[in-house]
Design a protein around this ligand. Structure first.
Ligand code: FMN
Length: 208
C-alpha cells in the first residue's frame, strides 16, 4: 500500500506512522517552572542530534510544560527511561495542572542534578543535564506552520550510576532501556550484538 499522510487516508484501523520509526528512545524530561515546581514527562520524539558536542532534542506536539520550562528557565534533564520504571514513566505522562509536580504524583524520588536546577529521577541509571539552546518550530514543505516544535539542548553534565558500568563500558542489559513502538506498545533490549565497521575501500587506480 501507499498513502499520502497529509490526507490521513491510510484506511487502516490506526495511524501506522509511529509504528514505522521504531524503536524510539524515551527522553524522560525533568524541568522546573519559575516557582521551582518540578515537572517530569516522557517524550519519545527524542534523540541525540550530535555526539561532539553532545546535544539532544525532544519534540513537543504543542507548547507543553516541558517546552515552556526549558525555554523560560533555560535548562532541562533527560532521564533514561527503563523497563523497571515503565509504570512511573507512563504515569508521568498524565495531563496535570502546572502547579502539580509529577514526581510527587508518581511517588518518584528525585535527586539533585550536578550543574542544573531541575533534579534527576533518583532511580534512573543515567541522566543528561542540559542547557537549552534553541527551539525549531515545525513547518511543512509548503511553509505551513505547525504547533509542534523541536527543543534542542547542549549536554553539560552526564550522570551514570556506577552499577551499570562493567569493564569501562555501559552494560545496556543492566539498564534495560524502555523504548516506544507504535500503538500502545513498548520494547526493551534483550539481544545485543556487535559489528565492526567496514575498512576504507582503496580508490581504484586507473591502468596506464
Ligand atoms: C511513552 C510516551 C511518549 C510520549 N512522547 C511524546 C512526544 O514525543 N511528544 C509529545 O508532545 N508528547 C509525548 N507524550 C505525551 C506527553 O508525555 C504528555 O502530553 C505530558 O502530559 C506532557 O507533559 P508536560 O506538559 O509536563 O510537558 C508521550 C507520552 C508517553 C506515555
Amino acid at each position: 500500500m501507499n498513502y499520502d499522510p497529509r490526507t490521513g487516508e491510510h484506511n487502516l484501523a490506526h495511524n501506522p506512522f509511529t509504528s514505522l520509526v521504531v524503536p524510539r528512545p524515551i527522553g524522560w524530561i525533568s524541568t522546573c517552572n519559575a516557582d521551582g515546581t518540578v515537572n517530569l514527562a516522557p517524550y519519545s520524539f527524542f534523540n541525540a542530534v550530535s555526539g561532539r558536542p553532545p546535544m539532544i532534542m525532544f519534540s513537543s506536539a504543542e507548547r507543553k510544560h516541558s517546552q515552556i520550562n526549558a525555554e523560560t528557565q533555560g535548562e532541562f534533564v533527560a532521564n533514561l527511561a527503563t523497563y523497571d520504571l515503565r509504570a512511573e514513566v507512563n504515569l508521568t505522562s498524565a495531563v496535570v495542572p502546572e502547579d502539580v509536580s509529577e514526581p510527587d504524583f508518581a511517588k518518584l524520588e528525585m535527586a539533585p542534578s550536578k550543574v542544573v536546577r531541575p533534579p534527576r529521577v533518583a532511580r534512573a541509571p543515567a541522566a543528561l543535564e542540559c542547557r537549552y539552546v534553541q527551539t525549531v518550530r515545525l513547518k511543512g514543505a509548503d511553509g505551513q506552520q505547525f504547533q509542534g516544535s523541536i527543543i534542542i539542548g547542549q549536554v553539560v553534565n552526564i550522570f551514570i550510576d556506577d552499577a551499570v558500568i562493567e569493564n569501562g563500558m555501559i552494560d545496556i542489559l543492566k539498564i534495560r532501556p524502555l523504548s516506544r513502538l507504535g500503538y500502545m506498545d513498548y520494547a526493551t533490549v534483550h539481544d545485543v550484538f556487535a559489528m565492526e565497521r567496514p575498512a576504507p575501500i582503496p580508490a581504484v587506480v586507473e591502468a596506464g
